[in-house]
Design a protein around this ligand. Sequence first.
Ligand code: INS
Length: 649
Amino acid sequence: MSRKASENVEYTLRSLSSLMGERRRKQQEPDAASAAGECSLLAAAESSTSLQSAGAGGGGGVGDLERAARRQFQQDETPAFVYVVAVFSALGGFLFGYDTGVVSGAMLLLKRQLSLDALWQELLVSSTVGAAAVSALAGGALNGVFGRRAAILLASALFTAGSAVLAAANNKETLLAGRLVVGLGIGIASMTVPVYIAEVSPPNLRGRLVTINTLFITGGQFFASVVDGAFSYLQKDGWRYMLGLAAIPAVIQFFGFLFLPESPRWLIQKGQTQKARRILSQMRGNQTIDEEYDSIKNNIEEEEKEVGSAGPVICRMLSYPPTRRALIVGCGLQMFQQLSGINTIMYYSATILQMSGVEDDRLAIWLASVTAFTNFIFTLVGVWLVEKVGRRKLTFGSLAGTTVALVILALGFVLSAQVSPRITFKPIAPSGQNATCTRYSYCNECMLDPDCGFCYKMNKSTVIDSSCVPVNKASTNEAAWGRCENETKFKTEDIFWAYNFCPTPYSWTALLGLILYLVFFAPGMGPMPWTVNSEIYPLWARSTGNACSSGINWIFNVLVSLTFLHTAEYLTYYGAFFLYAGFAAVGLVFIYGCLPETKGKKLEEIESLFDHRLCTCGTSDSDEGRYIEYIRVKGSNYHLSDNDASDVE
Ligand SMILES: O[C@H]1[C@H](O)[C@@H](O)[C@H](O)[C@@H](O)[C@H]1O
């Protein structure tokens, strides 16, 4: 078969694969074209045994061909180079996790050494997330114009510069500048790295390799919590090490990327086709790249014809239905990821653990690293599952479990509130001291007021002689006045101090809810919004689509984490967790209705999944989870079988 003819067959087959869902419905009335040969291949795609029967009808030896193809497929290994590229890129994810995670521990030391008030503490934490939101949005243009590689290099330079400024800072203003620079790096990395990995990966490994980036994010968060624990013993300047250490992976990534290639898809779009071919064959080892190369190129040309190239990309995306739908799905996923409360769990896990009865500050910090570790390990489960069960089932199952865990967490707080100890002792405030805390009647009310703490004695397992008094602003380990004023003294007198929690026999339910939450969230809702966003936009809209959805992620991140303490104050803790459970339940309906399966599909095929009305895309195509791939065997294309991916010559 001539090359041109074989291309035509491939092209027809590709289109057929995306039309498969529709065709299956029309199977009773095969059209003329299918009768003339396509039909036998389509039928072959329906079951693995039918290839044999097609062979019987269309010439012997097809069974042999299948066996040969399968043998060849098994020999085709993805070159180690793709993994090296993925790991170097994912260092961006590691820095994202490290820099967002490390600040809570650093803040404990910083606030003492630089006498930071609450406003400055909030500024130092949220400035990074705010800067990330801005640079993620701006990163779209940067990626489109200068390419993925340049954007990653810029992000690692920003990480390095920001970490150096933070480590050397001598006042809070310099710290703020450093946190802003690091935030700019996080935003660019968060939107570029998944796109870059998706564009260099072969389709059968794409989900797994992009999910590795989220594994690195949660790995960075875990590593940050260990560093926080270790340097918390170094009261003076410990924070310099905590914040400065990020420079090491940043420098490694920067130098690594000086030697790593640009995304071949971006190069083709920019007309640098020779270079793109070279890089693509480097990434595919002994597999032929012709089909992939042609399909990327055809796709770009077709899209230009269909959508045009005039006007800002975001306007073209919004006026072209498939990309508009993809954008809604991508942004919706990122929004629901944050609305289900992951970052209140991550940032406040030490507090939640304290509320569940862990009284010691240091122990709570170390236990928080157990939480971060759970998030990390279960993201690994996601890496393993993503190519097995697919994105849709994994995301849906994960969010369903997360919703249940949130309800358990909330019920734990309801139970604790119901058995909340009564306040039996109302001390008189010394003159000039604040007495507002003494008006509360139950520990539960006292705990929700950030200015107050609960001071009590125990008689066997019953709380006695309890009072609510103001907390010492300099150290939440003791009260501002009264029996709990001096930590070392009251401990010898068998008096207890509870800040942010109430002594309760039901504390284990909060702990159970917390662990269950991460076990369910981490494999699906953690990584899938990033993975799916890296795949659902056509090339011309990919940078902008990812910029918008990452921006949404960061904006909702700030909104949810900044409002948690206030939400808890107005709605109580259980109210806050019921609220997140409500958001997660709405997210479930959204995912069920709108998230199509992208597993195993070529990036160029995914656009057609958004051809239908939005809330039919999750359910319309019965190909869900089936991966139909045609392989080239000595010039002809045959369907190998579901879930096998290959391109053998
Ligand atoms: O996917 C990540 C991951 O789940 C992190 O643990 C979380 O802190 C981020 O906000 C999220 O985007």
